[in-house]
Write a protein that binds this ligand. Structure first.
Ligand SMILES: [Fe+2]
Length: 321
C-alpha cells in the first residue's frame, strides 16, 4: 500500500484506492471539480492500476454537485442506451443506481458487457445512505480471471459470450423486462433497427418485439499493463437448461421474452462452469460502504460492480463515460 499526497488530497493505493482530504475544507465538493494536473494524473493512474477509487468525505450530496464532479472527473457523460436495468434519468445523463428490488442482492456485473458498446468508467456518489445495507460491491476482474480454473477461463476467453434478448414492443410486461423503446431510450423503430444492424451480431423484429443476439469477448485486456480481466455477465443472463432447454436456438426465443447467454460459438455454458464462476465472484467481492457525500470511480473494464440488499431510502447517483 502506497500513500501519495497532492495538495489537500491524500491517495492510498488498494482495491478500492482511497482519496481523502487532509484537514478541513469549507467546500470540499469544489475540489473535485477543480483538480490540478498532478491530482488528475494520480486519479487516472490509480484507476488504471487498481480499477476503483473511493473519494471519502467530499460532500457530493446533490445532483448538481454530482453532475459537475462526474463531468470534471470523466469528461463527456454517456446515455444508458441498450441497458437491461430499469433506470430513471434524474437529469441529462445522471441516473439513479437503486436497482430493481432493494431486498435482493444486485449481482456484480460489468456495465453493458452484453451490448456492442460499454462505458469505460462509472461514477457513483451517495446523496443518502441506506438505513441498513446498500453497499456497492466491487470485484477486481483480473483477480477473478486468475482465480478461475484454466479450462473455464480459457473457454470464456477463446469463445466469448453470445447474449440473446427478446424485448417487448411496449412497457409493462408482467415479467418486468424492459421494452425496446425503454432499452434504447427512443421509440423510433427505424432508428433502433439501424443501431442494431450496425452493431449487434443479429437483430430482427418479431410479432412480439425485438430479438437480438450479440457476441462479445468474455475477457478484456485492461490497464496500461494489459492484464486480463473477466468481462461478462453470463452468470446473470445464462438460463439453466432445466428451465429453458435449447437456449441457443433463436426460434425458441420468438415466443418468449427474456435474456439468455451461451458461449460465443452457441454451445451451452454448463451448470458446473457457471457455478464455478459464481463462487469465484463471491470470493472476490469487496464491499464499499457509503457515507453521504462519498464518490466512487470504477473502471468498468477492469472491475465489476453490484449492490447489497438494503432498507430505507438510499440515494445513489450514477453516470457513465
Ligand atoms: Fe450496473
Amino acid at each position: 500500500m502506497t500513500t501519495i499526497t497532492v495538495g489537500p488530497i491524500s491517495f492510498e493505493t488498494g482495491f478500492p484506492s482511497i482519496a481523502q482530504l487532509e484537514g478541513d475544507h469549507a467546500e470540499p465538493a469544489t475540489l473535485l471539480a477543480s483538480l490540478d494536473q498532478k491530482q488528475r494524473e494520480v486519479v487516472r493512474e490509480l484507476l488504471d492500476s487498481t480499477g476503483a477509487v473511493h473519494f471519502r468525505g467530499f460532500g457530493i450530496r446533490t445532483i448538481d454537485l454530482f453532475e459537475t464532479a462526474a463531468h470534471s472527473l470523466l469528461g463527456e457523460l454517456a446515455p444508458y442506451r441498450g441497458g437491461d436495468a430499469p433506470r430513471r434519468a434524474e437529469r441529462g445523463f445522471v441516473y439513479n443506481a437503486a436497482g430493481p428490488d432493494k431486498s435482493k442482492l444486485l449481482r456484480a456485473h460489468n456495465e453493458l458487457s452484453y451490448a456492442p458498446w460499454h462505458p469505460k468508467a462509472l461514477c457513483f456518489a451517495c446523496g443518502r445512505p441506506a438505513d441498513e445495507g446498500g453497499a456497492t460491491t466491487i470485484i477486481d476482474g483480473h483477480r477473478v480471471y486468475t482465480s478461475l480454473p484454466r479450462a473455464v477461463r480459457d473457454a470464456f476467453r477463446t469463445l466469448g459470450v453470445a447474449y440473446i434478448q427478446h424485448l417487448p414492443h411496449a412497457a409493462g410486461d408482467p415479467s418486468g423486462i424492459k421494452s425496446w423503446p425503454e432499452t434504447f431510450e427512443t421509440d423510433d423503430a427505424d432508428e433502433v433497427m439501424r443501431i442494431c444492424q450496425e452493431s449487434y451480431t443479429s437483430a430482427k423484429w418479431t410479432p412480439l418485439g425485438l430479438l437480438t443476439r450479440n457476441v462479445t469477448p468474455g475477457t478484456l485486456e485492461v490497464g496500461s499493463d494489459n492484464r486480463i480481466a473477466w468481462f461478462n455477465q453470463a452468470h446473470i443472463w445464462r438460463k439453466d437448461p432445466s428451465v429453458m432447454p435449447h437456449v441457443s436456438d433463436m426460434g425458441v426465443w420468438e415466443t418468449r421474452f427474456g435474456y439468455g447467454a451461451t458461449y460465443g460459438d452457441g454451445t451451452e455454458i454448463t451448470t458446473e462452469d457457471i457455478d464455478l464462476v459464481s463462487k469465484t465472484l463471491i470470493d472476490c467481492t469487496v464491499e464499499v460502504t457509503w457515507d453521504a457525500g462519498d464518490l466512487l470511480l470504477v473502471d468498468n473494464r477492469a472491475a465489476m460492480h453490484g449492490r447489497t440488499p438494503f432498507s430505507g431510502e438510499r440515494q445513489v447517483f450514477v453516470a457513465f463515460a
